[in-house]
Design a protein around this ligand. Structure first.
Ligand SMILES: Cc1ncc(COP(=O)(O)O)c(C=O)c1O
Length: 388
């Protein structure tokens, strides 16, 4: 071979069959070849194993899918480019014109907008309730034929708790699918419920380092097989390098999540006793209105604590400015602690009467715990509260 040809076709180096790398390699390849047309066709027909094109499947993203399905206690998963991508592609895969969706005032803002704006354009109808309105949920499901219920628990930012058994029982009784955005609770929680599909932002706890985005939908083989046909066409695939980073992050997922929850509990208890705070929203506090339900449903209460400043919105913004260890930034599940102050919190897409039901008060602040020492974080919160 001439020089140019040799450069395009470098030697393949494969470890022997019994000589595995402890960290799986990144298959940073768009295409995979089989030796003949006949074998390629057999592979495309699913008659033999094999990869062809990374928008459909790639060994690195496949490894991540299998890990995630196992963690969530389901058979199958599909990964994609972001959490919002997972929500959007799942809804587009399941819904058609005239279908009805039950969603909630507390639903993550972009999910809400997707339903209220984008899907509405395609003739998908919706009803929006409060996630703790169990009778309302049962009534709507009993009276309005509904394709799916999409919900969260705990909700973001004020940590309301869905009665998951009650929601899934009502949905099952009336033929509606349940989709739980389980991002805040994490991949290791709620697997023992009757939820049909879990969606996750892998950008948060799974990757864990704030340096990569990803999303996933997880469920039984049949539902995921059907959704995969749409995901491949919608095209929001996860790059193998991002999949590798998330797979690497998962090795420390439980250690990080447990440490961040322990910190959240301490921070919530500190805030609950502070005279500049009127209310603390954390399901791990016995004073949380659904603490007992959260105890039954959850192994850990989560890493997000929100609270309402007695002196209102401007004081909340000054508090954020005064903090030294919490960055004013979106997201959660990073090594660094983060804060969303009142000025960045308003549920802008909701009409006033619905915004009023969201539980977000003028002085609501959201804290997301990082991996710093809890004593340092509490000292920082304390000095910032004293300074305003
Ligand atoms: C509950 C929830 N779902 C979905 C998302 C979207 O995830 P991503 O930022 O990966 O698109 C977020 C992000 O904050 C979230 O909090």
């Amino acid at each position: 071979m001439k020089e140019r040809t040799r450069l395009v076709h470098p030697p393949q180096v494969r470890p022997p069959e019994d000589n595995d790398p402890l960290v799986a390699p990144i298959y940073q390849s768009v295409k995979f070849g089989l030796p003949t047309v006949a074998e390629t066709l057999r592979s495309l027909r699913g008659e033999r194993e094999g990869f062809f094109y990374s928008r459909s499947a790639n060994p690195t993203t496949r490894q991540l899918e299998q890990t995630l399905a196992g963690m969530q206690g389901r058979e199958e998963a599909i990964v994609c480019a972001s959490g919002v991508g997972a929500v959007a592609q799942t809804l587009l895969g399941l819904l058609k014109t005239d279908d009805h969706v039950l969603c909630f005032v507390e639903t993550y803002g972009p999910t809400r907008s997707l339903i209220r704006r984008t899907l509405q354009r395609f003739g998908v109808r919706h009803t929006m309730l409060g996630i703790e309105d169990d009778e309302g949920i049962e009534r709507v499901l009993a009276t309005t034929p509904t394709r799916l219920v999409i919900f969260e628990s705990p909700t973001n930012p004020v940590t309301r708790i869905a009665d998951i058994a009650r929601v899934t029982a009502a949905a099952r009784a009336h033929g509606a699918l349940t989709v739980l955005d389980n991002t805040l609770a994490g991949l290791h929680q709620h697997g023992d419920t009757d939820v049909d599909l879990f969606v996750h932002s892998l950008t948060k706890y799974a990757s864990g380092h704030g340096d990569v985005m990803g999303g996933a939908v997880i469920g039984n083989s049949e539902l995921i097989r059907r959704l995969r046909q749409d995901f491949v066409l919608l095209g929001g695939v996860l790059d193998p390098h991002a999949a590798f980073l998330i797979q690497r992050g998962l090795k420390t997922y439980l250690h990080r999540y447990e440490a961040q929850c322990a910190t959240a509990q301490q921070v919530a208890e500190f805030l609950a006793g502070h005279d500049k705070v009127i209310a603390v929203h954390y399901p791990g506090l016995p004073s949380h209105h659904r603490h007992e339900l959260a105890r039954r449903q959850m192994r850990h209460f989560g890493t997000v604590v929100s609270f309402d400043m007695r002196a209102g919105a401007a004081a909340g913004d000054r508090f954020a400015d005064a903090l030294k260890l919490f960055a004013i930034a979106a997201s959660m599940g990073s090594p660094e602690s983060l804060i969303i102050p009142p000025g960045l919190m308003t549920p802008g897409d909701l009409p006033a009467e619905l915004a009023g039901q969201s539980g977000i008060a003028p002085g609501t602040v959201r804290l997301s715990m990082g991996l710093e020492d809890p004593e340092d974080l509490i000292a920082d919160i304390s000095q910032a509260l004293e300074s305003i």
